[in-house]
Design a binder for this molecule. Sequence first.
Ligand SMILES: *[C@@H]1O[C@H](CO)[C@@H](O)[C@H](O)[C@H]1NC(C)=O
Ligand SMILES: *[C@@H]1O[C@H](CO)[C@@H](O)[C@H](O)[C@H]1NC(C)=O
Ligand SMILES: *[C@@H]1O[C@H](CO)[C@@H](O)[C@H](O)[C@H]1NC(C)=O
Ligand SMILES: *[C@@H]1O[C@H](CO)[C@@H](O)[C@H](O)[C@H]1NC(C)=O
Ligand SMILES: *[C@@H]1O[C@H](CO)[C@@H](O)[C@H](O)[C@H]1NC(C)=O
Ligand SMILES: *[C@@H]1O[C@H](CO)[C@@H](O)[C@H](O)[C@H]1NC(C)=O
Length: 355
Amino acid sequence: MSAISACRYCLFWILALPLYTCQGVPVICFYSKDCILPCSYNPGTDVVIHWQIGAKVVHSFYNGNDQLKQQEEQYKYRTSLFKDELQKGNASLLLRNLQIDDEQSYHCYVGTFEGSYDTYIELKVASPVTYVQIETNETENTEEIECRSSDIYPAPSVTWSYPTNESYKEFTNSSTDVNKLYSVVSKLTKEGMKKNTNVHNYSCKIKTWQSQWETTLTRQEQKIEEGQEWNVYCMLPNVGPQNCKLAWKTSNTNTVTAKFEKSKQPKKTSEFPNNILLRDDHFHVPKVTETDNGTYTCSCTYGEVTKVCQIKLKVIPDGLHPKLSYLLQTKYVFCNDVTLSPLLRLLLTKTWNHY
Ligand SMILES: *[C@@H]1O[C@H](CO)[C@@H](O)[C@H](O)[C@H]1NC(C)=O
Ligand SMILES: *[C@@H]1O[C@H](CO)[C@@H](O)[C@H](O)[C@H]1NC(C)=O
Ligand SMILES: *[C@@H]1O[C@H](CO)[C@@H](O)[C@H](O)[C@H]1NC(C)=O
Ligand SMILES: *[C@@H]1O[C@H](CO)[C@@H](O)[C@H](O)[C@H]1NC(C)=O
Ligand SMILES: *[C@@H]1O[C@H](CO)[C@@H](O)[C@H](O)[C@H]1NC(C)=O
Ligand SMILES: *[C@@H]1O[C@H](CO)[C@@H](O)[C@H](O)[C@H]1NC(C)=O
């Protein structure tokens, strides 16, 4: 940024806004990473460089050397100039291990025998949202879904979506840690839960102006009679051609990760208790027993999205509900099977039976 273009920038702001302050060039850098604050001048002799925030010295250079006696404590050992670039008119400052407090307006002054140059930089620090964890908790008559994330800057906002005809209450609490990074916890609660086997979709999106992450949860309750065969499919809505890392979890917290490749034949990757076979995208339970009771969760992360599919299995003791068992003879159970046509499902079933 030459002095001339920096001034043009200031002029633009002065004309655009009725303000007589000089707005700097915006620069975005990431928390804990290195950051280069750009500053250029026309090469000359007897170079003097002062990087400052108001009157506070961030970095100085004259008499051919760094002059750091007046340097502010918070910048100690974190700044340097590119010495090889100086004769090319490049007075950019390298600021290492960026902190939230580094979000400031910087002034780069360069004086040479031939002239002087001023550049203003408006540094914005960002710490992107890198995950949103979702957890569920059910008691007798309340249903609670909690999402959380941490190490975010600036302050994030939380947006929920849930079945609109149900009355949920939202409660969000955010706090900052010693490094001024935000943690956020948001709870969705519903009183008077009605047990049903409908598919329910939820999503929690946590965002800042600079980044966002969305986790969606598809929940379903399934009833299977003891002794029946059960296949649990991790059918994640709108998972495109991207492959994702798929993780299966049962309520007894065994976690197995498998690479999820939609186009490939499922193959056995790991074994679970009770003869449960985990294949790439589904569970196979040859004979359901009462101990298989529990919650089965699969999740998949790609891009800035996590998709979670949760199936709550209720095992019906053998012989208690002959009529219900007749109704529940479906052997292949899909979580969110809306995405598959009956024909495709039949084909898939055939393929997997051959396996
Ligand atoms: C100044 O030097 C830094 C470090 O090599 C480089 O990243 C930057 O692009 C240079 N700026 C100019 C205007 O050449
Ligand atoms: C689940 O919710 C109940 C009632 O609000 C609470 O007492 C319990 O600690 C919660 N459990 C977990 C694991 O959060
Ligand atoms: C909400 O809508 C779903 C599907 O339309 C329905 O199954 C469910 O019973 C409804 N819930 C309430 C509380 O009305
Ligand atoms: C919000 O979270 C902070 C930190 O976890 C906690 O100290 C505070 O009590 C919470 N506030 C509410 C209203 O729950
Ligand atoms: C849940 O989400 C999937 C995919 O986004 C959609 O196809 C399905 O209709 C949704 N189900 C309900 C009950 O909203
Ligand atoms: C299975 O779950 C149902 C409902 O949560 C419960 O009533 C039953 O006792 C459970 N059975 C076992 C063996 O844990």
